[in-house]
Design a protein around this ligand. Structure first.
Ligand SMILES: [Zn+2]
Length: 378
């Protein structure tokens, strides 16, 4: 490309999208944002961080005319627009994530738009459960833990071959995918639609399976997404973080600037074209450790609480195998303690921090997205 490279970032006002926008502008791209400013994420409207250097189109990804207009004169699409979290709005996930992506691809193909690459935001939620290591069978790919097992308070991941208790192992992209939440199902839809379309059209595509992403600009209003944001707002309101299961489940937490940089690497490199690629930190941290790290960084020594509840379909462990990511030149650069510090520095500039989780939790219980362990008859 000899002209200035032109990017469309869908969802470009959000946590990941906005950091991709900043990184692209720094690299000299021209940038257009398509974002509907979803009220749950942006209750105060247009965020202050939208840079003057980017063109901003406020419209829904599902609005065909707006999507068509946003694709005009674009080289690379960074498709980040999605609906996320634990809200039980099944049709909304499918509409925004699956239909929105399908329509975007359809427009490009119908109108023969000269798009050179599409990078789609996928998620490690597409794995049913992280890979595990069995003392007898080595690397195994367990399924989601059965509901009946969780109801008994057995949180371990058992070997699919011998039922032995396993330990965590890095999850490679070849691990089975399924989708045990509606969100995960639609992320898998997006990923498969884009990669299949890429094979059909010959246009390069990459699906980045993001780990749990956190960092400055993560919505402090959305009680359904972002464990670091939820724990931070709880603690800042002198409420203890709430852990499900026993708090020893692990997540691979990735700082948002690393995720953004991975997008630019995927745009520039052909090494992962046509493939899903894990992007994360490569480090597993228990949710209890996260709660304690935030409490200690804030100097608010409130111990996290476990109430004997669990979320059906939740993964026990996930640690990203970053072997394929290394092929596009990706290496994580910001560790969790540094990243939490950066997030807390930002959150302190956000004025009055309210806590939205407690009210949301009641609704999640009613909808059985959070369930209690069944007590054993004695
Ligand atoms: Zn085994």
């Amino acid at each position: 490309m000899d002209h200035q490279k032109r990017a469309l970032v869908t969802g470009g006002a959000g946590l990941i999208g906005s950091h991709i926008v900043d990184a692209l502008l720094r690299e000299g791209w021209s940038v257009r944002i398509l974002d509907n400013l979803e009220p749950q994420t942006h209750p105060q409207g247009r965020p202050a961080w939208l840079p003057a250097g980017a063109e901003f189109n406020q419209a829904d990804i599902c609005d065909r005319r707006a999507a068509r207009a946003a694709l005009e004169d674009i080289d690379v699409v960074f498709h980040q627009a999605a609906y996320g979290g634990y809200m039980p709005e099944i049709s909304k996930y499918v509409h925004v994530n699956s239909f929105g992506t399908a329509q975007l691809l359809e427009i490009i193909r119908d109108e023969n738009l000269p798009i050179k690459k599409i990078i789609v935001a996928s998620s490690q939620a597409v794995y049913n459960e992280g890979a595990a290591s069995c003392p007898t069978h080595g690397l195994v790919f367990p399924s989601t833990r059965p509901q009946a097992q969780l109801e008994q308070g057995d949180w371990q991941v058992h070997c699919p071959q011998c039922a032995a208790v396993t330990t965590i192992a890095p999850t490679p992209e070849r691990a089975p995918t399924g989708g045990e939440t509606v969100y995960a199902l639609t992320k898998l839809d997006q990923e498969k639609l884009v990669l299949l379309w890429g094979r059909q059209t010959g246009i390069p595509t990459v699906a980045l399976r993001y780990s749990c992403t956190y960092g400055p600009r993560q919505s402090i209003f959305n009680p359904y997404t972002g464990v670091i944001a939820i724990f931070s707002t709880r603690l800042l309101n002198n409420l203890p973080p709430v852990l499900y299961e026993d708090g020893a489940q692990t997540r691979d937490m990735c700082f948002v600037e690393d995720i953004a940089r991975a997008n630019l690497l995927a745009a520039e490199s052909a090494a992962a074209d046509g493939l899903p690629v894990n992007i994360g930190s490569g480090v597993a941290t228990t949710v209890r450790q996260m709660a304690e790290m935030i409490g200690s960084a804030l100097n608010i020594p409130l111990a996290p609480v476990c109430r004997g509840e669990f979320r059906p379909g939740e993964m026990r462990h996930l640690q990203a195998d970053l072997g394929r990511a290394a092929a596009i030149g990706y290496r994580p650069s910001i560790d969790l303690a540094t990243g939490i510090g950066r997030y807390l520095d930002w959150i302190r500039t956000q004025g009055d921090i309210r806590e939205y989780f407690a009210a949301a939790e009641q609704m999640l219980r009613r909808k059985r997205i959070i369930q209690p362990v069944k007590t054993q008859p004695s």
